[in-house]
Write a protein that binds this ligand. Structure first.
Ligand SMILES: [Zn+2]
Length: 189
């Protein structure tokens, strides 16, 4: 099903994605316009996939006692607009009109606070493992749709490590930027 999924944006919602509401968001500053996509990876516990823990984490419903790693992130309130699972399924947690909490202290082309003006997309993955082909397909499809809906994004697509240098490493060296760009360009032809 995810392979054939088509997406479109309506009122800040990605139609075609599963919707799960995260409480971890606030308003974008009034002057802020969406002009950047930030690509991340996340897995809970690290490098383990499935289990639904990321979804629980973004809803502040993760049981911290289930795994020693969870205790190291206990109480953190974070979110991303979108999560792309290993299966290619896409989940939206925060409306694009709202400010999700994914970037932290950050800057892109000398503009600080990337959360104010970006859309955060998490790939279920880790810095140590290749991503799934179906995740690249979904990411390219969604990016093309977002570029159309929010034209200021243009080619402004960055990794978390690019906007928080020295602090963050994701999406990591296994994320194939050239391949992703190639898929994205093919979508626009
Ligand atoms: Zn990140």
């Amino acid at each position: 099903m995810p392979l054939s999924a088509t997406y479109r944006v309506e009122n800040g919602q990605l139609i075609g994605a599963r919707q799960i509401a995260s409480p971890n968001y606030n308003q974008r500053p009034e002057s802020a316009e969406i002009q950047l996509i930030v690509v991340h990876n996340i897995s809970l516990p690290p490098s383990q996939f499935g289990g639904g823990y990321i979804e629980q984490f973004f809803q502040n419903q993760l049981d911290w006692s289930l795994h020693p790693y969870f205790q190291t992130i206990e109480g953190m309130q974070v979110s991303a607009h979108l999560l792309i699972l290993r299966t290619g399924e896409v989940i939206q947690f925060v409306n694009f009109h709202d400010r999700a909490w994914h970037a932290g202290r950050s800057s892109y082309l000398a503009q600080v606070e990337c959360n104010d003006y970006s859309i955060g997309i998490e790939l279920e993955g880790s810095d140590d493992l290749p991503f799934e082909e179906i995740q690249y397909q979904a990411l390219a499809k969604i990016t093309a749709v977002l570029q159309q809906s929010y034209p200021k994004i243009q080619q402004h697509i960055a990794g978390h490590s690019d906007i928080a240098r020295g602090r963050k490493t994701d999406p990591g060296s296994f994320f194939q930027w050239p391949y992703f760009r190639q898929l994205l360009n093919a979508k626009k032809m």
